[in-house]
Design a protein around this ligand. Sequence first.
Ligand code: HEC
Ligand code: HEC
Ligand code: HEC
Ligand code: HEC
Ligand code: HEC
Ligand code: HEC
Ligand code: HEC
Length: 337
Amino acid sequence: MKRYKWVSWLIFILIGLSFAIALIPRAPEKAEETTGLQAYAQIPADRVYTNKEDNEQCLKCHAKNHVEYMAEDAEKPYKQKMYTECIIDTHSYYTSNHWNFKCIDCHTDEYASFPHKAELRFEAIAGCMDCHGGDPQYEEFMFDQIDQEYQKSVHFKLQSESFSCWSCHDEHYYKLNARNRKDDIMSAIQYDNDICLSCHANTKKYQLIANKMNPNILEKHDWLPNQPNHFKHVRCIECHAEINDTLIVSHNILPKDKAVKKCAECHSGNSQLMASLYKYQLEEMGAFRLKTSGLMDQPVLIGGQRNTLLKLIGNLALFGAIGAVLIHFAIRLFRKS
Ligand code: HEC
Ligand code: HEC
Ligand code: HEC
Ligand code: HEC
Ligand code: HEC
Ligand code: HEC
Ligand code: HEC
């Protein structure tokens, strides 16, 4: 009988292992595409790039961690580490809104020579409005209204010298987000919040704009119960931007004392959230139900989380029961042998 003992141990361990594996939380499959400011979408198959070759002139250095450069009268190539902020992520660049731009559509072509001249640092680069302002082709985005709103915002009022549309819209990677991600609201929220956090959680970038302390964003919002969960489920602009019925993305960031602090603005049937973040879904479903978003299938009410808790208890009970049966089975096997 003794020789069967190791068999029952083995079965027991295998079953245990398979449960352990089943319980490991799985990373979402699309995680890589959907994080942060990186572009999220695949390149459409019908896209024809016409400027990749030209861009190689710049990317042979600017897509690399190290620069190799042969000076005219030198014998050996000279090597230098590339500053992180000067490295371009080509995938994000080529999936951005401006995917078919030459580097020198925005930058002066004097950059073609290296070492770059120091004064190029002060080159004037076109802003969104220089290209999109008043252009009927881009009417649906309402650039002119966005510009008006932006000029009322705190950033413009307090820091008009150092702030611009480029401060929030990454010059190389900016990509339309919420309007194209109606079925993936959670990623849309993360993308939009990362725009704000790129300064509000990054003192170096913040202080390039304003020469002052960067307030700790987590502490400033510690009055929100389960603050991390709120930052995952609502966008900063839901509380910080003036409501605007015509724009998809409201651009008037209000002074901090005008921010939404009342819980009922969201946690009630007729909420502020209805007016902005979820308006795409409202359009499509005609009702405040967020089935596909995985957020919740009820209007946002405090206690809406109870379902999750119930599910957890249910799962625990189920696994508990199965576990008990297994242990019982194993003990019987050991006793027999
Ligand atoms: C031989 C390598 C090399 C090539 C080719 C190159 N660069 Fe650069 N570039 C650098 C390095 C290194 C820096 C870091 C700052 C410096 O050393 O001037 C830089 C800095 C820059 C900056 C930032 C300047 C500043 O200080 O703010 C811009 C913008 C830029 N390059 C654009 C371009 C463009 C556009 C092209 C193509 C037309 C290009 N570069 C081609 C190596 C290169
Ligand atoms: C749509 C316009 C646009 C295009 C296209 C563009 N850039 Fe830029 N780039 C900008 C702006 C705006 C800045 C910010 C300048 C500033 O901060 O003063 C910038 C900054 C940079 C910097 C300096 C980064 C830093 O933080 O110091 C580098 C390097 C650079 N660009 C390289 C490139 C290269 C290489 C390409 C082509 C692959 C390219 N850019 C294409 C608009 C553009
Ligand atoms: C140098 C001119 C220029 C500048 C500066 C510029 N754009 Fe564009 N933008 C274009 C062109 C041209 C296209 C069309 C790209 C294409 O589809 O080939 C475009 C495309 C777009 C699109 C995508 C439209 C669509 O139908 O998919 C958006 C959104 C956009 N730009 C927003 C901006 C914003 C925001 C800024 C400033 C932060 C900006 N652009 C700066 C010229 C510019
Ligand atoms: C304080 C940060 C901030 C500034 C400054 C800013 N934007 Fe935006 N903008 C955003 C955010 C966040 C979004 C939402 C991105 C998304 O979900 O597509 C957005 C979206 C947009 C869109 C897409 C709207 C749509 O209909 O899908 C356009 C166009 C745009 N901004 C243009 C501009 C222009 C033009 C300026 C300057 C006059 C500007 N933005 C300045 C944060 C900013
Ligand atoms: C639920 C609403 C809500 C959300 C979501 C929210 N905020 Fe706030 N925020 C507020 C309120 C209210 C204040 C003012 C707090 C106070 O004065 O006590 C504030 C204050 C601030 C301040 C000023 C801090 C200071 O005292 O100088 C900044 C900056 C800020 N928020 C940025 C953000 C960013 C970035 C996000 C997204 C990651 C965000 N907020 C999300 C409501 C919100
Ligand atoms: C490029 C950096 C940068 C980005 C991106 C940015 N901010 Fe700011 N923000 C600042 C700076 C700097 C200040 C402080 C300005 C001052 O006090 O002079 C500020 C101030 C604020 C304030 C406080 C205004 C007050 O009353 O004192 C709020 C609220 C705020 N930002 C919200 C946002 C939101 C929401 C977003 C995203 C849509 C955002 N910010 C994106 C740099 C940024
Ligand atoms: C801008 C809208 C907004 C505001 C303002 C807001 N909430 Fe929320 N709240 C949400 C959303 C969205 C969720 C996510 C619901 C979910 O997880 O299913 C949430 C979740 C919650 C939860 C669920 C439990 C958890 O662990 O996350 C509680 C409790 C809560 N909020 C309380 C409050 C209180 C108290 C206030 C006021 C101090 C407040 N909320 C302000 C939008 C908001």
